[in-house]
Design a protein around this ligand. Structure first.
Ligand code: HEC
Length: 131
């Protein structure tokens, strides 16, 4: 009889422990959720302090400079120089926004993310400062 009680208590303890573990796992699962992963493009885009060097140049470096540099100026466009970017922004803008009359860029790849497009757009609206 005593033995049976002990087993029952242990079983009960195991069940409680399992529940506790399950709760901890499900809660920590929620903490790991991040808005940018759940809803790409809707959040996590920091456009509060857009500058050429910190916001715009890295986008071109990541998606454009390999085909648009001094040694390989596809379409006579350079994207690795502030002056060239500024002087050619009407074509660059048309290309990255996939506007009609322009070759869609980056070539043979998906369009830039809404966040990267927003950074370029904000900088253009600021008057393309060299900052
Ligand atoms: C894989 C190579 C490659 C990448 C990456 C690439 N381009 Fe191009 N780009 C080209 C080539 C080749 C041309 C010229 C032929 C054409 O227009 O399709 C061109 C043309 C252009 C033009 C002229 C388009 C026009 O209609 O006047 C612009 C502007 C441009 N690219 C901007 C960009 C920007 C901005 C990026 C990055 C977001 C980028 N490119 C990424 C290869 C590339």
């Amino acid at each position: 009889m005593e033995c049976l009680t002990r087993i029952t208590n242990r079983t009960l303890l195991s069940i409680i422990l399992l529940f506790a573990i399950a709760i901890v796992i499900s809660i920590s699962g929620c903490y790991n959720d991040n808005e940018e992963d759940l809803y790409p493009g809707s959040g996590g885009c920091d456009t509060s302090n857009v500058t050429y060097s910190n916001s715009v140049a890295p986008v071109f470096a990541g998606y454009c400079n390999s085909c648009h540099n001094a040694n390989n100026a596809s379409g006579s466009i350079l994207t690795d120089s502030y002056t060239e970017v500024k002087n050619n922004m009407s074509r660059i803008y048309g290309a990255i926004y996939h506007q009609s009359g322009f070759s869609a860029m980056p070539k043979d790849a998906g369009q830039l993310s809404p966040c990267d497009l927003a950074k370029v757009d904000i900088w253009v609206r600021q008057g393309m400062p060299n900052n």
